[in-house]
Ligand binder design. Structure first.
Ligand SMILES: CC(C)(COP(=O)(O)OP(=O)(O)OC[C@H]1O[C@@H](n2cnc3c(N)ncnc32)[C@H](O)[C@@H]1O)[C@@H](O)C(=O)NCCC(=O)NCCS
Ligand SMILES: Nc1ncnc2c1ncn2[C@@H]1O[C@H](COP(=O)(O)OP(=O)(O)OP(=O)(O)O)[C@@H](O)[C@H]1O
Length: 403
């Protein structure tokens, strides 16, 4: 059930990682392998390649001369785009067939070198990136694969860089030690994150914040993670037929500089809450890695007393590697607006942000440890502060709106 996108620059060790995942029970859909099949002798794919690149890319036996074609396309971007224009639709169609043929109880790993280049990190609830410095990869290609030095550099340069890969990664597997090291890292990842994530998706169980949810310093990675998760949710709901929906990063992790519990809050806006009542909405969220979709209430605020306006749906992320709360709200409702107003007020006003943090720390210190159940009145202890300050945040935002 869990779909994983696995990628990494050439020579990073992606095949080493996918082999280990196969040993742990994953079904591997290997894009390089499919890319070979679609241009096998006698295929329409090969005919199209020859018609674009000429007989010079054929070996004597009539098969594709991969080295000759490689020399052309890795030194000429336009030629590479042409080749991809021929092969990618064929690869895509076969990939879909293989995903559909997977058993529901199997973790499916899509081993795809161009995941980042194609912007496909939104297609999987989890992406794993195998990484190694370019020099390390170059050495491996020349030493282990007998590749010519220039050829190795031109392939490395034809791909994304690590900054782009980092932005797409839920898991970053650095493979600069021994092969045994990376295999041990895959085993730990499998046991601690992939298997429990898969079990959560199959049983429809979300991940709750750890029992001792301490305040942590602001993490500059939070916005990028929130953005990726939001695009994932929007993509899966678009695939499920819900059009273009907006996902916003809200809550404490959306305020730069503010200490927070390591829990990401995302707000998914729907034109009308009735939209979210369809079964395909919950299954779209499940495809993005979210479960426990249910009706919920915001605390009605004095300025919009109709309780119906404060209804929302909520869901929880299923990835044991991070806690994510998803709030599904009507786009023009008061709850969605208040979440944005409070965030923007804290972002814009240093003193208010500092005061909020002082209050959070005092309340946390007064309610140390315990579980969500035994911490008693921790959430309630913050209420008086909110009762006083949410109207102030709204007034500030209203003034900015000119209202
Ligand atoms: C150019 C070809 C014939 C060279 O074949 P060769 O046997 O030398 O390499 P192979 O296919 O095993 O690929 C090895 C590695 O090269 C890199 N690579 C392959 N194609 C591309 C590409 N279009 N862009 C960037 N890197 C690529 C990947 O890291 C891949 O793992 C072949 O790579 C190809 O047909 N590429 C186009 C299809 C494609 O985009 N494949 C990527 C998977 S979707
Ligand atoms: N930790 C490591 N130490 C040394 N060599 C390694 C390590 N991991 C992988 N290798 C070697 O580096 C080469 C590239 O590894 P691998 O084939 O797994 O890379 P890849 O990322 O799948 O490359 P490609 O993009 O071509 O598929 C292989 O020859 C492999 O044996």
């Amino acid at each position: 059930m869990l779909r994983i996108g696995l990628t990494g620059g050439i020579g990073a060790g992606k095949s080493t990682v996918s082999s280990r995942m196969a040993e742990r029970g994953a079904l591997i859909v290997d894009a390089d392998l499919i890319a070979r099949e679609v241009v096998a002798p006698g295929t329409p794919g090969l005919a199209a390649v020859v018609s674009r690149f000429g007989d010079g890319v054929l070996a004597r036996d009539g098969a594709l001369d991969r080295a000759a074609l490689g020399r052309i396309v890795f030194s000429d971007k336009a030629a590479r785009r042409d080749l991809e224009g021929i092969t990618h639709p064929l690869i895509f169609a076969e990939t879909v067939r293989r995903f559909e043929a997977a058993r529901p109880d199997q973790v499916v790993v899509h081993d795809i070198p161009l995941l980042v280049e194609l912007g496909r990190e939104v297609d999987y609830p989890l992406t794993v990136i195998v990484a190694a410095a370019e020099e390390v990869r170059h050495t491996r290609l020349v030493r282990d694969r007998g590749m010519d030095s220039d050829e190795a550099w031109s392939r490395i340069r034809a791909q994304a860089n690590d900054e782009q890969r980092l932005a797409a990664a839920d898991v970053w597997l650095l493979n600069e030690g021994s092969p045994d090291d990376v295999i041990a890292a895959v085993d730990a990842l499998w046991d601690n994150r992939i298997r429990p994530y898969d079990e959560n998706l199959r049983s429809g169980r979300g991940v709750r914040r750890p029992s001792l949810a301490e305040l942590v310093d602001y993490d500059p990675q939070w916005p990028a993670v929130a953005d990726r998760l939001g695009r994932r949710i929007a993509t899966q709901l678009r695939n499920a037929g819900f059009g273009e929906l907006t996902v916003e990063h809200i809550g404490s992790t959306s305020v730069p500089g503010l200490a927070a519990k390591n829990v990401l809050d995302l707000q998914l806006l729907v034109p009308d809450l009735a939209v979210a009542e369809q079964d395909s909405f919950a299954s779209g969220l499940l495809a993005a890695g979210f479960a426990e979709f249910r009706l919920n209430e915001d605390t009605p605020q004095p300025w919009a007393t109709d309780p119906a306006l404060w209804t929302k749906f909520s869901a929880l992320g299923c990835d044991p590697g991070r806690v994510v709360h998803l709030h599904v709200r009507a786009a023009d409702g008061p709850g969605a607006e208040l979440a944005r107003d409070f965030r923007d007020w804290l972002r814009a006003n240093d003193d208010e942000r500092a005061a909020y943090e002082v209050m959070k720390r005092e309340v946390a210190d007064a309610h140390p440890g315990g579980t969500e159940d035994t911490r008693g009145d921790y959430p309630e202890a913050k209420e008086p502060w909110f009762a006083e300050n949410l109207p102030r945040a709204k007034a500030w935002a209203d003034a900015r709106r000119g209202g």
